[in-house]
Design a binder for this molecule. Structure first.
Ligand code: MRU
Length: 364
């Protein structure tokens, strides 16, 4: 995607040929800064502190983190330590495990002297692959948008609601849930996006809104509780969300609050689609409630930061100092509430049969 006319991905190899550069997402939308990662500790911090975030990007960041770690120690111990440290950064997005397992498998038969080069090559391949999958997913999601535009009885733009940030910042490029929206814009379709602010980290208000504004796509930021009301009043035609882990039976873990949107969509006959590249499918799990849910710091709920009139970024307390807070970061939407899964291979029912129809090689 382009920022001020310059094309960017969210992660890339620096000009020195070994360090890794990322867009520091903790500073957006107020500041666009590049951060440089030079070792395992910095890679782990970038994922944990959410300088990089979003399931597909977490996976690719972990792959580059493995490459950086192997520069420090390419022995078997170094490899195992890198895998354990990166795996512990964030528990819900399965792309992290997928990326680390793929690297471990590729590196198992490789001599210590060749491990660094192999890891960098595979990380770059995974980054390119993510871009391809997301673009393909966007083309399939576009077909859903086009079909819905044809059935609209009242003239006017198509209103799409999305939750959290599932745009290009959450991936290497294109995004998941926003990929069909970028494709619709290119196809000249008049879309408007309702952007859930997505407390507590506000990925919608800060990141999705920034992406859509940068791309010139019409959008409106709403508080998380507004979606149900808008659906009741016919102001949402379609929901597109991403996912951090989808089970083999189609249950969907995504940013906290997704489940409530799915319930409201179900109650109001609004199609609710989940967009996911296949590395986000956990083929080892059938029960969504077995997905580990990340519990994040209370301070993300009790405090908020933003830009002051004076142009500085400040953090303020919202809650009484004596009130504790709980901060589960994800929830699980059962498959029965999901209209369909949009993948790089097409759209399927949120069910074991639906997924196996698109990925027959996964049949036991
Ligand atoms: O906690 P985050 O910001 O990493 O959560 C991101 C999301 O929940 C996205 O919607 C998700 O990763 C799926 S789409 C890339």
């Amino acid at each position: 995607m382009k920022i001020d006319g310059k094309p960017y991905r969210t992660i890339w190899l620096a000009e020195d040929g070994w360090s890794v550069e990322i867009i520091d997402q903790t500073l957006l939308p107020h500041d666009f800064k590049i951060a440089r990662l030079t070792g395992l500790a910095e890679a782990c911090h970038a994922i944990k502190a959410m300088q990089v975030r979003g399931a597909p990007l977490i996976g690719v960041a972990a792959a580059y983190g493995m490459a950086l770690a192997l520069r420090e120690n390419a022995s078997d111990d170094g490899l195992a330590n890198a895998a354990t440290s990166l795996m512990a950064t964030r528990p819900t997005a399965v792309n992290l495990r997928w990326a680390i397992e793929r690297l471990m498998k590729a590196l198992s038969g490789v001599s210590t002297g060749d491990r660094v080069a192999t890891a960098y090559a595979l990380a770059a391949e995974m980054a390119d692959e993510d871009v391809r999958l997301n673009q393909a997913m966007g083309a399939h999601g576009l077909k859903l948008i086009e079909a819905l535009v044809k059935t609209k009885t009242a003239p006017g733009r198509l209103n799409i609601l999305t939750h959290c940030n599932a745009g290009w910042l959450a991936t290497v490029d294109w995004g998941t849930a926003l990929s069909p929206i970028f494709a619709a814009q290119k196809a000249g379709i008049d879309v408007h996006v309702w952007v859930d602010e997505t407390r507590p980290r506000n990925q919608g208000a800060s990141l999705t809104a920034w992406e859509l504004a940068s791309a010139g796509i019409d959008h409106t930021v709403i508080v998380d509780n507004a979606g149900g009301h808008l659906m009741q009043h016919g102001q949402v035609d379609l929901c597109f969300v991403g996912t951090d882990r989808t089970t083999a039976s189609g249950d969907v873990a995504n940013k906290i609050g997704t489940y409530l949107k799915a319930l409201a969509a179900h109650d109001n006959n609004v199609p609710f689609y989940v967009c996911l590249p296949s590395p986000t499918i956990d083929w080892t799990l059938s029960d969504g409630f077995k997905i580990p849910i990340e519990q994040r710091a209370q301070s993300e709920v009790t405090h908020i930061s933003g830009l002051t009139e004076a142009g500085t970024i400040e953090t303020i307390r919202l809650t009484p100092a004596k009130s504790p807070a709980a901060n589960p970061a994800f929830d699980v939407t059962p498959a029965r509430l999901v209209t369909g899964l949009v993948t790089e291979r097409g759209v399927c029912a949120a069910s074991a049969e639906g997924l196996l129809g698109l990925f027959p090689e996964r049949r036991p």
